[in-house]
Structures are given as structure tokens and as C-alpha cells.
Design a protein around this ligand. Structure first.
Ligand SMILES: NC(=O)c1ccc[n+]([C@@H]2O[C@H](COP(=O)([O-])OP(=O)(O)OC[C@H]3O[C@@H](n4cnc5c(N)ncnc54)[C@H](OP(=O)(O)O)[C@@H]3O)[C@@H](O)[C@H]2O)c1
Length: 320
């Protein structure tokens, strides 16, 4: 229904990462189901050419471009709807911080100017919030932002820059503060499950987290175009429960017949995200935590391929 209601074509910037291919495919399928004809085009450098072939097999057009190259950005066709997901997290400490700033703060300004007449859904992160006490129920959209570490600061910068250009040009923008998407091939649950399976200790320092099935996050991304406004509409995007990492490890342990090993203890605070407003607007996610754990456990048990991209969710110093 979101794709049928969407006026015009859809451009996905940063389509080749962990979320982009499944988002593009969902948009393509939704168009087919609704019987609407729409161009869906994904942009990335395609450092992994396999992602490009797969997208094209699914009926998603692709454009290979380095978005930091001004000519490449200028040469992109106009689109009425743009998802901005090109970003950088890992390697954000240890010498290449400048690139994280360029991707997360400078590029949003370039994109917002290039597509000032489009509706933009821009991914942000729960990392804009401070760690919060478990008993407080997690930050809501109006909680003051206070990121921990340089990556989180650039995520805040991304939001501020989109807000500036949204206000300056009247561009309709939705900002989605996401954490953490769960897929079979990466995510917090895979990280914990693999540790249990490999009999490595599960670190409890960041003892709690919020997670959402990636398909649900992608669905809400597409549906959130309808809420884009100037100044931006901001929405926390995650699942309804605050999961205990200890409990998750035990659930994996039961499925694998392995007693999990732990290291450290839960802190009183964690990087949390309260998405009550999101659930009010879009309903609860379709996939629950138990199901996600079962699917991820089966995936690990069968030895299926992963992206080999740990989330480092246990990090408490904000360095990624
Ligand atoms: N996944 C999560 O759980 C999560 C959590 C919180 C927030 N988010 C946000 O959600 C969005 C999508 O996340 P993700 O996990 O899919 O990100 P990702 O895996 O890091 O993907 C980033 C994408 O950007 C492309 N890219 C990077 N530099 C580029 C450049 N200079 N020009 C063109 N393309 C470039 C990459 O492909 P190439 O290398 O081929 O160019 C890739 O397609 C991001 O904005 C992220 O901040 C995700």
C-alpha cells in the first residue's frame, strides 16, 4: 500500500550495504503486488559487484557512483522519493574519522541540496542518544540528544544538516533513528548466538538492547514517506521490547544444548530506544524476538553464510 500511495519513483542512496538490497527488493515486490509501475534505482559504489547483479536480477536498476564526487551526485536523475542510507560507522576511530564526518555530515548536505525538491527518508541511529537507565524505559524522540563517541556525534550531525536544509528549502524529510536491525546474516542476535555456539564468552557490559526484524524496519521506512515534513518528522525505529543479552544467550543455549559463558556484568544503563510512537503509527512489528532467535539459531546451526560484520553492540566507549 505504501508503494501504491507513493507519488513518483524511488531512489535509494547507499543501496549495497546490509539493509539496502532487502529494502529495494521489498519496494520492487510491493509495486508488483499493488500493480503499480515505478522506477526503483539504487546507488552505491558497488565495491561488491555481486550486490549489483543481485539487485538487477530482482528488477532494481542500479547506478554505480561515488556520492562524494560532486559530478557523480549532480549527474543522478531527479527522483520524487529518496532514501538516504549511505553512511559510515566502522573505522570511525583510529585514523579515518575524517571520512566518517564526510559521509555522515558533509554528504547529507550535498544530498539535501541535490534533492531539495524530493521527499527524503534519511536513516539516522539510536546512537544520537546518551546511554539511559533501564528503569526509565528508553529515550523518546524529544529526549535531548547526547551521543557517546565520535560516530554518534556524526549521526547527530547528519540529522542537524538534514534539518537545516529541510528548513532552508522546505524539503519534506523523515528521519529514522534506528537500532538494531536483525537479519539472519548480521545483527545483535547473530553476534550473541555465534558466541554461544562457538563457546566464547558473551560480554554483558551492554546488557540490554532494542532490536527489530530488518523486514519490519524496511517496511516502516517505505511507509514513513507519507509523514515527511519540513522541519523533519523524527521517529525512533526499533522493536517494542528491551531485550536482556543474558536472556538471549540463554535462549540460544537452550536451542544449541550449550551452557553459555558470560563475561562482565550488566551496567545500569544501555544504549536504548523507545519506539512507542512508531508502533502507534505503524502497529507492532510482524516478527517477534522469539521467532528471530529461532531463525538465527537455525541459520547458525546449519552453518549458513554470514556477512561477517559484527555490530560491536557491546561497545560502551562509542568507538567503532
Ligand atoms: N543496520 C543497522 O542495524 C543500522 C542501525 C542504525 C542505523 N542504521 C543506518 O541505516 C542506514 C543503512 O544501514 P546499513 O547497515 O545498510 O549501512 P551499510 O551496510 O554501512 O551500507 C552503506 C552503503 O553505503 C554505500 N556507500 C558508502 N560510501 C559510499 C559512497 N561514497 N558513495 C556511494 N555509496 C557509498 C555502501 O556501498 P559501497 O561500499 O558499495 O559504496 C553501502 O551500500 C545507514 O544510514 C545507517 O547509519 C543502520
Amino acid at each position: 500500500a505504501a508503494m501504491a500511495a507513493m507519488h513518483g519513483d524511488l531512489l535509494l542512496l547507499g543501496v549495497a550495504g546490509k539493509m539496502g538490497p532487502s529494502l529495494a527488493r521489498r519496494a520492487r515486490r510491493a509495486c508488483e503486488a499493488a500493480g503499480v509501475s515505478k522506477r526503483i534505482v539504487g546507488v552505491a559504489r558497488f565495491s561488491n559487484p555481486g550486490a549489483r547483479r543481485q539487485l538487477e536480477d530482482w528488477g532494481v536498476e542500479t547506478i554505480a557512483a561515488d556520492l562524494l564526487e560532486p559530478e557523480a551526485l549532480a549527474a543522478l536523475p531527479d527522483f520524487e522519493n529518496v532514501v538516504h542510507m549511505a553512511a559510515r560507522k566502522f573505522g570511525s576511530s583510529g585514523g579515518s574519522e575524517y571520512l566518517t564526518w564526510a559521509m555522515n555530515c558533509y554528504l547529507p548536505g550535498r544530498v539535501a541540496e541535490r534533492f531539495s525538491h524530493s521527499r527524503i527518508v534519511a536513516f539516522s541511529s539510536g546512537n544520537v542518544y546518551p546511554f539511559s537507565l533501564l528503569r526509565q524505559g528508553g529515550p523518546v524522540e524529544s529526549t535531548p540528544m547526547a551521543p557517546v563517541g565520535e560516530y554518534g556525534v556524526t549521526a547527530l550531525g547528519r540529522e542537524r544538516i538534514f534539518e537545516h536544509f529541510s528548513r532552508a528549502n522546505g524539503t519534506l524529510v523523515t528521519i529514522l533513528r534506528l537500532n538494531y536491525a536483525i537479519d539472519l546474516r548480521y545483527g545483535v542476535l547473530l553476534d550473541v548466538g555465534q558466541k554461544v555456539f562457538d563457546r566464547r564468552p558473551v560480554n554483558l557490559a551492554m546488557g540490554h538492547a532494542n532490536v527489530i526484524w530488518q523486514g519490519d524496519a524496511n517496511s516502516i521506512c517505505l511507509r514513513s514517506f507519507a509523514f515527511a515534513q519540513s522541519p523533519p518528522f523524527v521517529l525512533n525505529l526499533t522493536g517494542p521490547e528491551t531485550i536482556s543479552i543474558r536472556w538471549v544467550a540463554r535462549r540460544f543455549g537452550e536451542r544449541f544444548g550449550i551452557e553459555p559463558e558470560f563475561e562482565g556484568e550488566e551496567a545500569e544503563t544501555a544504549l536504548l530506544n523507545n519506539a512507542a510512537r512508531c508502533h502507534r503509527l505503524f502497529g507492532y512489528p510482524t516478527v517477534g524476538v522469539e521467532e528471530m532467535i529461532e531463525w538465527v539459531a537455525d541459520w547458525i546451526g546449519m552453518g549458513r553464510a554470514t556477512l561477517n560484520k559484527p555490530t560491536h553492540f557491546e561497545t560502551r566507549d562509542g568507538k567503532f
